[in-house]
Design a protein around this ligand. Structure first.
Ligand code: NDP
Ligand code: AKG
Length: 484
């Protein structure tokens, strides 16, 4: 077993610090690796290194940076199965789910490599003779990136790529329980030629390491993905410093089937969106809205499909759903199941840990769960559970369905399953979410498309991903030209 250091200044540096253990959620007896529990002073050092490196890195041409992005894509492709296994081992998701993360990032590297070669500024005509105006987009400086554990490779990567592609340097703090996956993108960049000090990865607690990133005056922008609770805390901690803050937070997403929609499609989408990554996806469907008249038929079909979900170690072929990622998450999800029962929702399927053999007894496995007769006022219909727990809710007409979709404090994504264009358009206009899916599951993004949530799902000042990410990681400078 390797004891891993952090990546300040471009080298994996074992620190004279206490090390903490990363364990396999499919078998918590297995220690995967150890990482240092850094202190505030280490992060200050990392930010200093990033600041010193910035002046040199920003001077590299977009051509040089694009070449590095293309090379990183090649490096990752050459070791993709290694990275895939690293993700599954520490996060628990299945191998195909881990493969999705790596494949998407390979594409994203090429996308941003191409994008920065394109014009990032504009020329605008002037009101003065022989004059014109030029807008230039320039990097911000040191950017602080803080990420959660549920997409431990994809999320750090989709922030680091546009950040350094546009000439910034970064300090990255991945979730404490999944640093190995984040380290893979850092290593790939370095192996492709990113100079030391451009990407600095630090590990340790959110309260200390994360907080230093948020409050340090040399950090020019913060991009955070995580819970609503921590997002609010970060927003408050930034205080009156004029820095950019991008917050991508939780979700309480709904899929609405109408009587003009395809029931088989609904069962397929809702099952995938509930069980993928054991429900630990901010885009997961956790509310399934069904017209009253279709309720019994749909519930029967859904239950039959849930019974077929193969739960197990994500490393094994044929497993559809792995464990949840930590003991904390396991206890949280089981507690929500108890809350659902005590609130009077009807437990139709699941609702318990999977146990009974060596394969399951040392992992955080939970049976996919369906609650029926869930109403808007129940906590399981309002709060983000982040586990494989689905609430089935009935509605009379589209107005009521839209009202239910909008009834939580979140606003990330919502799906409508319908073949009626009027219903689809009305739904798209009235739901208060950043991402509407029409006959497409709430999970899965096209990462070259802008992304962000409304209401409690994010501050939505800047979008992530797509061309829009360039706006977050650069600022516009205007140059007025006159020629005699
Ligand atoms: N909208 C979106 O795109 C997405 C949102 N999410 C959301 O992420 C959440 C799950 O991830 P989880 O990791 O538990 O979320 P947390 O909010 O607990 O943590 C996210 C990151 O913030 C760090 N952190 C914790 N406290 C602080 C603090 N006070 N200051 C600075 N950083 C801090 C954590 O460090 P540490 O690990 O050390 O605690 C971690 O790196 C869910 O709510 C989910 O919906 C997830 C994916 C996508
Ligand atoms: O599916 C994706 O591309 C990423 C989704 C994500 O970040 C999330 O929902 O947690």
């Amino acid at each position: 077993m390797i004891e891993k250091g952090v990546f300040i200044g471009g080298y994996v540096v074992p620190q004279d610090r206490e090390f903490y253990e990363i364990r396999n959620p499919a078998d918590y007896r297995q220690v995967v690796s150890k990482f240092p529990m850094l202190r505030r002073s280490d992060v200050i050092e990392a930010i200093k290194v990033a600041k010193e490196t910035f002046e040199k890195w920003r001077e590299t041409t977009v051509y040089e940076r694009a070449k590095i992005l293309f090379k990183t894509a090649e490096v990752l492709e050459s070791r993709s199965e290694e990275v895939v296994k690293t993700i599954t081992l520490e996060e628990g998701k299945t191998l195909p789910e881990s493969r999705y993360e790596v494949e998407r990032i390979v594409v994203l590297l090429r996308f941003y490599g191409g994008l920065i070669l394109n014009s990032l500024g504009r020329t605008i005509p002037s009101g003065t003779k022989n004059s014109f105006t030029l807008t230039m987009r320039e990097p911000l400086g040191v950017v602080g990136l803080i990420t959660p554990w549920n997409f431990p490779f994809l999320l750090p990567s989709w922030k680091v790529i546009p950040a350094i592609a546009t000439g910034n340097t970064v300090v990255l703090k991945p979730a404490s329980i999944t640093p190995n996956s984040a380290l893979e993108i850092v290593k790939a960049f370095h192996d492709a030629g990113v100079p030391p000090g451009v990407i600095n990865m630090v590990t340790g607690s959110g309260k200390e390491v994360g907080d230093e990133i948020v409050t340090n005056k040399d950090v020019s922008a913060i991009s955070f993905t995580g819970s609503l609770e921590v997002g609010k805390e970060i927003n408050g901690r930034v205080g009156n410093r004029f820095v950019r803050v991008q917050l991508e937070l939780g979700g309480k997403n709904a899929t609405v089937l109408t009587d003009k929609g395809d029931i088989d499609m609904a069962i397929k989408h809702v099952t995938a969106s509930t069980v993928r990554n054991a429900g630990q996806i901010c885009l997961a469907t956790s509310r399934f809205l069904v017209p009253k008249k279709l309720h019994d038929k749909v519930l029967d079909a859904l239950t039959e499909r849930f019974k077929k979900v193969v739960v197990g170690n994500g490393m094994k072929q044929g497993v559809e759903m792995g464990p949840v990622s930590s003991r904390e998450q396991y206890e949280k999800v089981l507690n929500y199941i108890e809350i659902g029962k005590s609130e009077g929702a009807r437990l139709v399927y699941g609702g318990e840990p999977v146990k009974g053999s060596d394969e399951y007894d040392y992992g955080y496995f939970i049976r996919p769960t369906i609650f029926d007769k869930v109403t808007e006022d129940m906590r399981i219909a309002k709060e983000e559970i982040f586990g494989p727990v689905l609430s089935v809710m009935e509605y009379e007409d589209l107005d009521e369905a839209i009202e239910i979709v909008n009834s939580t404090e979140y606003g990330l994504t919502a799906e409508i399953i319908s073949n009626d264009i009027s219903e689809v358009m009305e739904f798209s206009q009235k739901v208060e979410v950043g991402n509407v899916k029409v006959n497409r599951p709430t999970i899965e993004l096209d990462q070259w498309v802008p992304y962000g949530g409304f209401k409690g799902s994010g501050n939505d000042i800047y979008k992530e991903l797509g061309e829009e990410a360039i706006q977050f990681y650069t600022r516009t400078k205007v140059v007025y030209f006159h020629y005699p």
